[in-house]
Design a protein around this ligand. Structure first.
Ligand SMILES: [Fe+2]
Length: 107
C-alpha cells in the first residue's frame, strides 16, 4: 500500500540519523573495497616483478640474493592471499611479468 505523500515524508530525527549512518556505512565500505583493490593490484605487480628478479639474480650468480627474494616473495604472497580473501575473491594467478617471459624466450 502506498502512503500518501505527506505521510511518506514524515520521519523522526532518530530515524533520519539511522538512515544517514547507513548511507555513511555504505560509503566507507566502498572506499575500503577500493583501497583493498588498489593494494591487491600492487601486490600482484610486486609478485610478478619478484618472480622475474629471481632468475635475473641467478643469471648473474647472485644466488644468496635470489634466496632472499624468495623469502620476500613468500611474504608478498601472504599479503596477496589476505587481500584477495578480504575482497572475497580467488587468489589471482599472476604468473611472471612480461620482461621475465621475454628473457626466457631469448635463451
Ligand atoms: Fe606486500
Amino acid at each position: 500500500m502506498v502512503a500518501p505523500k505527506s505521510q511518506e515524508n514524515e520521519i523522526s530525527r532518530d530515524r533520519l540519523a539511522e538512515l544517514l549512518n547507513e548511507d555513511l556505512c555504505r560509503e566507507y565500505q566502498a572506499i575500503i573495497a577500493y583501497v583493498v583493490r588498489y593494494d591487491l593490484d600492487n601486490e600482484n605487480e610486486t609478485i610478478r616483478n619478484y618472480r622475474d628478479r629471481i632468475p635475473q639474480c641467478e643469471a648473474l650468480g647472485e644466488y644468496a640474493m635470489a634466496e632472499q627474494i624468495r623469502e620476500i616473495l613468500v611474504q608478498e604472497q601472504d599479503h596477496q592471499i589476505d587481500l584477495a580473501t578480504a575482497l572475497g575473491e580467488e587468489v589471482p594467478d599472476v604468473g611472471s611479468g612480461p620482461k621475465g617471459r621475454a628473457l626466457r624466450k631469448r635463451r
